[in-house]
Write a protein that binds this ligand. Structure first.
Ligand code: ADP
Length: 260
């Protein structure tokens, strides 16, 4: 709070009133706390795989390398942890680029159906390993205005999650529906573990995971949906999540057909 007395003119200094200026710092404090949490989260997420790589390398150098079975097991862990580090660094770089105001989209005509085919092919091995069926449903026109690389990134993150959080033998339906003259809805629906109502908003926060261990074991970084949300907003679109525990989840994005 800043205050300044108002003195009346005319020589005599008489107090007429006081002007109070209120600065609401709640938002600033919240931002500062978010920044601190982010740095703490990043440090923690980077530290865990590095500690693991160091520990297993030391054990190998101390003699475990002479045992073929142990050597192969430890090398596999080191490789997996390095992969985790690589995805985390990639996601962090993406997120920081996207959050910077100079981030520019390369607007073009994009056919969502063709991009979906690329993504299905790209992730088909991963789905096959879990015997998960991925299908595509189209209704109406599938063209929108957007940045093809970024939209592909959105699709990969959503379909990858759908595979990750769906048990063996489940199914995923990707649908593209012309909604109105201006909107095309893109959705990814799975028969997975689902997300509770109270957590449907939180999953878009950086590093928020419903089940930390499950996300870690499947190679998740906790940044995928935060990246998706930013990219959707950059396209002036909206993302919605409907989900039921034990039944599955559906992420729906509404894209604009016309260029802004
Ligand atoms: P992660 O790398 O952990 O998957 P995301 O930002 O992509 O991070 O997702 C955040 C969290 O939201 C996940 O850890 C998971 O708990 C939950 N989640 C995301 N997608 C799904 C889904 N399709 N089904 C169930 N839970 C999901």
């Amino acid at each position: 709070v800043q205050g300044a007395p108002i003195i009346s003119s005319g020589g005599k200094e008489r107090l007429k009133g006081v002007v109070l200026v209120f600065h609401d710092i709640t938002e600033l404090k919240k931002l500062e706390q978010m920044r601190k949490d982010f740095v703490a989260n990043v440090s923690h997420e980077l530290k865990t795989p590095v500690t693991s790589v160091k520990g297993f390398t030391e054990t190998l150098l101390d003699g475990a390398a002479n045992d073929e079975v142990l050597r192969n097991r430890f090398l596999k862990i080191i490789w997996e942890e390095s992969e985790r580090l690589q995805s985390l660094i990639q996601d962090l770089l993406d997120l920081s680029k996207i959050e910077q105001s100079q981030f520019q989209l390369n607007w073009q005509h994009v056919d969502l159906s063709l991009l979906t085919d690329d993504v299905i092919i790209m992730l088909s091995n991963k789905a096959k390993k879990k015997e998960i069926q991925i299908s595509k449903v189209i209704e109406g026109l599938t063209s929108i205005e957007g940045d093809p690389l970024r939209i592909k990134q959105i699709m990969i993150n959503l379909v990858n999650n759908a595979i990750m959080y769906t048990p063996k033998g489940g199914s995923i339906v990707i649908s593209i529906k012309e909604n109105t003259k201006e909107k095309v809805l893109f959705s990814v629906k799975d028969t997975g573990i689902g997300i509770s109502k109270s957590e449907t908003l939180r999953v878009f926060e950086r590093f928020y995971r419903v089940d930390r261990a499950r996300s870690r074991n499947s190679g998740g970084t906790g940044l995928g949906l935060a990246i998706v949300k930013h990219l959707v907003e950059a396209h002036h679109g909206e993302i919605r999540l409907e989900s039921e525990i034990g039944k599955g989840s559906q992420f729906t994005i509404s894209f604009n057909k016309k260029q802004r």
